[in-house]
Design a protein around this ligand. Structure first.
Ligand SMILES: Nc1ncnc2c1ncn2[C@@H]1O[C@H](COP(=O)(O)OP(=O)(O)OP(=O)(O)O)[C@@H](O)[C@H]1O
Ligand SMILES: [Mg+2]
Length: 937
């Protein structure tokens, strides 16, 4: 059985009531909730903790009955357990047993029974928890007993009565309903209604110990179980969710669900069938129109469904929803095909006549398409699917659009004159299907569809090629993408300016930028801008500005770059071009990060991510890139937990080729945290992927590999990795990445110098020559800072490291808001004799970040220097801090000496020293300062 999930509030309520019972005040708690929601599990858990805390627990349950329930069923169970637990001597117990055994009538009525039960329970020494489960099946006498126990004076009784019941589907006529409606009763009890599990709770429920379940599976499980753990477990156990399109309703579950329909009137059943055909929700008016029931009969039938909570109100009074998604499924499947077809046809017709019958504005097309399809009317279904897909694209509902286009493709060959019926060509349909698939995160299908479109088109279609190249790019096939872009460019060469031409040029420019050829890329991007303006293509102009902005940013012309990118954002928004919108945000974040404006960079990336989520396209490549950029900036800012969250979310279930960057970034984080194995796993997952020489990939890749080797103590491997990185970046223009790599390389060399000075010097010189002296970078705050780091490491390598220089490095990083790098430098500063404060600062920051390896390095140094790293205020020692505490309590030196069992002289000295450290002169000042700084709060 999986561990216990959630239910914190309910446990707290029960614990509180038990505490009150301990104080001799009786309490009653009712736990309501749907079948399978977890009432029994909750009470079992509570019973166990109550028992552990010394309470006595008695549990009984009402049984499901067919015909008349047995009077006092649970009480008999309680008596049995009571006799076993406490022996048979209790007077009240014996009279009750006699009464039930022999039907003696010396208990003259129910009141007498209740009084004896109460007495019997009162004789128990410990606080008593009495659990009665499944009150919805209780006989009237048991309900009376519950009422009696709850309403009786609570003082001096140590009884906690807890009852569970199914609240869903309770009819007004049932006795329990009447009990719950009683004002006198409800005033004396506390009630809790168990809510369905959230997504996170379901995830926990489904984690059977072999790692968390796939997010997509959890999502699907949430959809079908609606957070009900019983349904969730059943669906998973039966493998019912393994096929995304098709739910395999397990037979057991289906009969459980259908059992709920027994006793429903014919009209009510008809209403349910119509509603099931309509879908998970339906409009009141559509139900009325299609059900064929007279107004009065309909009203009564709907009421019946409502009373039993088969139907509930949807988001407003005008919509009905099934009480549970699985109930709809079960009803639908058990409706005979003829009736289903008739109902679907009637619904499609009704919607065609009056689209306002549909659920939401604009959804009529999709609903109609669905009904025609289910009714088996292919031509109507084809036309409706295409319309519905187009409409869904306009409203960014890409997943729905993809469903419709795929359905249209499937219908196409089975309709007589498909092109005329659908109102578009097959090639166009393929391209639309590709685009919708791509935006709903299914790149594989996008690729297949666009390839089919290109092949089928036969003529020169640079627009299709441009799409294809785009998808190739996104799936990580950079080289192939470049080839297709050039092919498209070849077709366009010599043709007049056009939107497609601008788009293709922009793509080529971008490819150059990714290959680290910034000046070149800028030139092509500017050309794209001119073509777009000439062709009057606003969206393409936005795209070109986007790339041109990125190029400038990479060339260090940040202000110009930011301006272009902001313009690109505005244009993309005006043109409703979400791809460009997200790209512009991503690029803006990137160049701000390169310029050292980390906070703004993180904000820009997260703003883009928020847009993506708002449009419900959080699972696309674009969103993933944004998540990565946000993660990178947050790591630098030292907000590691947030970074980790965003990065792991961004990864979802994506294949490595489509999630190279976040994998790399996450590996960097794990390395800094000392999880070398997990970092290596991530690196291995992207081993050998083709990225066409992108320095923004190669730089971090080699840097992180080197850091992993360094962390594992393999210096030679770390150096080899740095050398490989330097070689890979040699021809590019990205000096930032090269410098980052050099700094790590020099660090390795300096470490090596301890054992092999000569070799280390050689490596250091080589790095200097190749890495940064040969081609000084354009100056940015980060490159300046990195050069300083390289200098400091090189001095360390020569054995001439100075605390002053490392202090400068640390200050520089702090100024750039890079706490981790600053902490590293502080550690070096301390190691070079820079003092206790530096080491404490390094320790504080490394601990806050959770940077395990650095914490260990700092601690080692602390031990060597005999420095206590505990973070006490004003650098006080343990003894001084204690003395300060006593001072703040108003004790004088003599008092402190007595309390601390030291000589008055020692106390005096300590007081004197702590005044010095605090920079005060009197006890009053010390007290005031400690209070102002919140030292003892
Ligand atoms: N908090 C929980 N943590 C883990 N599993 C749970 C939790 N709540 C319920 N489950 C699982 O869900 C299933 C149904 O729970 P349970 O039997 O408690 O439901 P119930 O509300 O008592 O249903 P019924 O009304 O049919 O008695 C069980 O397999 C149980 O283990
Ligand atoms: Mg139960």
């Amino acid at each position: 059985m999986p561990g216990f999930v959630g239910r914190a509030a309910e446990m707290k309520l029960l614990d509180r009531c038990l505490a009150e019972v301990r104080e001799r005040t009786a309490r009653t708690v009712l736990i309501g909730g749907d079948a399978g929601i977890g009432k029994t599990r909750l009470l079992g858990r509570f019973a166990a903790t109550a028992h552990e805390s010394g309470a006595h627990v008695l549990t009984a349950a009402c049984e499901e009955h067919f015909g008349d329930p047995m009077p006092y069923g649970p009480l008999l169970e309680i008596l049995e357990v009571f006799g076993r637990d406490f022996g048979e001597d209790d007077e009240a117990y014996r009279r009750l047993v006699d009464f039930f055994d022999r039907r003696d009538d010396h208990l003259s009525g129910p009141q007498q029974v209740f009084v004896h039960v109460r007495r019997m329970l009162q004789h128990v020494e410990a606080p008593l928890v009495l659990i009665i489960e499944d009150l919805h099946w209780a006989d009237p006498s048991t309900l009376d007993l519950v009422r009696h126990l709850a309403q009786c004076r609570p003082e001096q009784r140590r009884l906690l009565l807890v009852c569970s019941y199914r609240s869903g589907g309770l009819a007004r006529t049932e006795p329990l309903w009447q009990l719950l409606a009683g004002a006198n009763f409800t005033r004396r009890v506390e009630r809790a209604e168990l809510e369905p599990f959230t997504l996170t709770e379901l995830e926990e429920l489904l984690d059977t110990g072999s790692g968390p379940p796939r997010p997509a599976l959890v999502e699907r499980c949430l959809t079908w179980s609606e957070g009900n753990p019983f349904y969730a477990e059943q669906l998973i156990a039966a493998g019912a969710l393994d096929h995304p399109e098709n739910l395999l309703l397990p037979a057991d579950l289906q009969s459980v669900l259908l059992a709920r329909l027994s006793g429903l009137g014919d009209d009510a059943l008809r209403v349910l069938r119509v509603a099931a055909v309509a879908g998970r929700a339906t409009s009141r008016r559509l139900l009325r129109r299609v059900s064929g029931l007279e107004a009065y009969g309909l009203g009564a039938a709907v009421q019946e469904c409502f009373d039993r909570q088969m139907l509930v109100t949807g988001r407003d009074e005008e919509t009905y929803r099934f009480g549970h998604a699985l109930l709809r499924e079960a009803v639908y499947r058990t409706t005979v095909r003829d009736i289903r077809v008739d109902l679907h046809t009637a619904m499609a017709r009704a919607l065609a006549d009056d689209p306002s019958l549909s659920l939401t504005e604009g959804s009529a097309a999709a609903e109609m398409a669905g009904h025609w399809y289910q009714a088996g009317r292919r031509p109507e279904a084809l036309a409706a699917a295409v319309r519905a897909g187009e409409q869904a694209m306009r409203t960014y509902a890409f997943t729905s659009a993809a469903v419709q286009f795929e359905r249209a493709l499937q219908l196409w060959p089975r309709v007589a004159e498909p092109e005329r019926t659908a109102g578009l060509s097959h090639v166009r349909l393929l391209a639309d299907a590709a685009e919708s698939a791509r935006w709903s995160g299914d790149t594989g299908r996008a690729m297949a569809r666009i390839e089919a479109a290109v092949a089928e088109a036969g003529e020169e279609r640079p627009d299709l090629l441009e799409r294809q190249a785009n998808y190739l790019w996104e799936t990580g096939s950079r080289r192939e993408a470049g080839r297709v872009y050039r092919e498209a460019a070849g077709m366009l060469d010599g043709r007049p300016a056009s939107a497609v031409k601008a788009r293709v040029l922009a793509a080529i420019a971008l490819a150059r930028l990714h290959a680290g050829r910034y000046a070149d890329g800028k030139e092509v991007a500017d050309a794209a801008m001119r073509v777009a303006v000439e062709a009057g293509a606003r969206a393409e102009e936005g795209r070109a500005r986007n790339v041109a902005g990125l190029a400038r940013g990479m060339l260090g012309q940040v202000t110009d770059g930011v301006e272009l990118l902001r313009a690109a954002i505005t244009l993309a928004r005006q043109e409703n071009h979400i791809e460009d919108l997200l790209r512009a945000y991503a690029n803006l974040g990137l160049i701000l990060e390169n310029a050292g404006d980390l906070r703004e960079a993180a904000d820009a990336a997260m703003a883009g991510l928020a847009e993506a989520r708002r449009l419900d396209i959080g699972a696309t490549t674009q969103a993933m890139i944004l998540a990565n950029n946000a993660g990178v900036a947050l790591i630098m800012l030292g907000e590691w937990d947030e970074a980790e969250r965003i990065l792991t979310e961004g990864l979802l279930d994506r294949p490595p080729a489509e999630s190279v960057y976040p994998r790399l970034t996450l590996a960097e984080l794990r390395t800094a945290r000392g999880s070398f194995d997990r970092a290596r796993e991530l690196l291995a997952s992207i081993e050998g992927l083709e990225l066409n020489g992108d320095p923004r990939f190669l730089g971090p890749l080699h840097t992180i590999r080197a850091l992993v080797a360094l962390g594992r103590g393999d210096l030679p491997e770390a150096q080899r990795e740095v050398a490989r990185g330097v070689a890979a970046l040699r021809d590019g223009e990205n000096s930032l990445e090269r410098l980052r790599l050099c700094a790590v390389g020099l660090r390795c060399a300096a470490d090596q110098a301890v054992t092999d000075r000569a070799a280390a010097m050689r490596f250091g010189d080589e790095l200097a020559r190749e890495g940064f002296e040969a081609r000084p970078p354009e100056s940015t705050p980060e490159t300046d800072q990195l050069l300083l780091v390289c200098r400091a490491e090189r001095q360390r390598l020569r054995g001439a490291g100075t605390a002053v220089l490392w202090g400068q490095v640390a200050d520089g990083w702090t100024g750039l808001r890079r706490p981790y790098e600053a902490a590293y430098a502080r550690w070096r500063q301390a190691a070079a004799g820079g003092g206790r404060e530096a080491l404490l600062a390094a320790h504080r920051e490394a601990v806050r970040l959770g940077a395990g390896p650095l914490v260990a390095d700092v601690a080692r140094l602390g031990r060597r220097f005999g420095i206590d790293l505990a973070d006490r205020p004003y650098g006080l020692t343990e003894a001084e801090l204690e003395t300060l505490r006593l001072l703040c309590q108003g004790l004088d030196a003599a008092g402190i000496a007595r309390t601390r069992r030291v000589t008055p002289r020692t106390a005096q000295t300590q007081i004197h020293r702590l005044y010095q450290k605090m920079g005060v002169h009197t006890q009053a000042q010390a007290m005031a300062k400690a209070r102002a700084d919140g030292v003892f709060t």
